[in-house]
Every structure is written in structure tokens, then in C-alpha cells.
Design a protein around this ligand. Structure first.
Ligand code: 5RP
Length: 235
């Protein structure tokens, strides 16, 4: 296993052991790190007979949680989950993030913003000085109907490049999100003011959500190359 894979596993185990308590309603982000989180959650739920409910942010998490025997709920029944645990693609020194590598950003932003505590689990290669550096795009979920005007407007907002994300093996054509929309990857380079850019993109008609998550993280669990886990708190 590579150090990054080990680090993902370590942060997942640490976050679940430190944060999850009996009786909690827990939002589940999406992605490969979250697979370790959900596996550990299911293990603890079974071994300790925990009464927990999970609110998934994607079909990936919904079917994994069901397969592992976790009980599901929705924001209609529990609009304020006790905790959400989620991954990220980049995190800066203020704990602001770029998310959406797995195209689940819209539901993730809803669930993460509703939770009393948001804990993010990453390996240290995802820490950056400025969001958008290392050629990391800002993913933007867009109504298919609005694709071409949104691509133009993203350029007008300063994107050096903006392109619709293509699906990988298993599907031809564009990625279609769990909400039936497209993902545009917009390359801005290092971003000076992520909050302002988030607002500007969100204001474009046809944009459903952006992958800039600003001022939301409460706790950051970072898995390091040396095998330790560091915990950072916002504030
Ligand atoms: C999905 C996400 C993921 O949290 C992000 O892409 C990190 O994924 P991984 O843990 O696989 O690196 O935002 O939309």
C-alpha cells in the first residue's frame, strides 16, 4: 500500500474513533477516503451495537453504507446531523477547500453545511498554500441546458480554461452527476479570495453549486507520510 493510501486509512480510523458516539446522525461525504470511514463506522456500529443513522451524499455512499449494514436517514427527518465526515481535494491554511473530484460536491455542500460539526479527512499531499495551485481546477456543477453560457461566463470571471468533465471507462460522454447535471472543471490558478470566487460563480444562472467550500471546516484530520495523524481546528 502506498503512503497516501495508508494515510487515508489512518485518518479515517482516527476520525471515526474520536468523533463517533452512540445515538449520532452522521453525514457521509464521498470519495475513496470516505470508503475507509464508512467501513470503520460499520465495524464500530456492529461491534459496539451503536445506534447511528447515516445521511449519504452520493449513490456511492448510499449503496456502500447499505451493503455494510448501516441505517440510512435523510435531511428531511434530520436537518441538522450531529456530525459530517468528508474528504477533500485541496485544503489551505484557513481550512478552506476545493472538493468535487468525485462529482458529489452539491450534495456534499448541503450535508456538510447542515452538520453541527464538519470533520475533513485528507492525506498531507492535499495541503496547499493557495487553493487552485498545482493546476487544481474548481469543479462546478452545471445544468446541462446552461453548459455553453456557463463556460463563457467562467472565462469572463478569469478561468484560464473551463471544460466539461468527461467520464472514464464505463461511460462515454460527459460525467453526469447523481443530480443529473454536468461538471465543469474551471482552472483559475492560485485563488486569491476563494469566498469571493465562490459567490461570483454561484451567481451565474445555471450553476447548481461550486467545489469551493469556504469557512465550513471545523476539524481537519491529516494523515502524514511518517504515519502520524495531525488534528487541526478552525479558529
Ligand atoms: C467528492 C469529493 C471528495 O471528497 C474528494 O474528491 C476527495 O476524494 P478522495 O478521498 O477520493 O481523494 O469532494 O466529490
Amino acid at each position: 500500500m502506498s503512503w497516501r493510501e495508508e494515510a487515508k486509512r489512518s485518518v479515517a480510523l482516527r476520525a471515526v474513533s474520536e468523533l463517533v458516539k452512540d445515538g449520532m446522525v452522521i453525514g457521509l461525504g464521498s470519495g475513496t477516503t470516505m470508503v475507509y470511514v464508512v467501513e470503520e463506522l460499520a465495524k464500530r456500529a456492529q461491534e459496539e451495537d451503536l445506534d447511528i443513522l447515516c445521511i449519504p451524499t452520493s449513490y456511492q455512499m448510499r449503496y456502500l453504507a447499505l451493503k455494510l449494514g448501516l441505517r440510512l436517514a435523510s435531511l428531511d427527518e434530520h436537518p441538522e446531523p450531529d456530525l459530517a465526515i468528508d474528504g477533500a481535494d485541496q485544503v489551505d491554511g484557513r481550512l478552506d477547500m476545493i472538493k468535487g473530484g468525485g462529482a458529489a460536491l452539491a450534495r456534499e455542500k448541503v450535508v456538510d453545511s447542515c452538520a453541527k460539526t464538519l470533520a475533513i479527512v485528507v492525506d498531507e499531499a492535499k495541503l496547499v498554500g493557495r487553493l487552485g495551485e498545482k493546476n487544481m481546477p474548481v469543479p462546478v456543477e452545471v445544468l446541462p441546458f446552461a453548459l455553453t453560457p456557463v463556460l463563457r461566463e467562467l472565462k469572463a470571471l478569469g478561468a484560464l480554461e473551463a471544460k466539461v468533465r468527461e467520464a472514464g471507462p464505463g461511460k462515454v460522454g460527459p460525467v453526469v452527476t447523481d443530480n443529473g447535471n454536468f461538471i465543469v472543471d474551471a482552472y483559475f490558478g492560485p485563488i486569491e479570495d476563494p469566498g469571493q470566487l465562490d459567490k461570483a460563480i454561484k451567481a451565474l444562472p445555471g450553476v447548481v453549486e461550486t467545489g469551493l467550500f469556504v469557512g465550513m471546516t471545523d476539524l481537519l484530520f491529516v494523515g502524514t507520510k511518517s504515519g502520524d495523524v495531525k488534528v487541526l481546528r478552525r479558529g
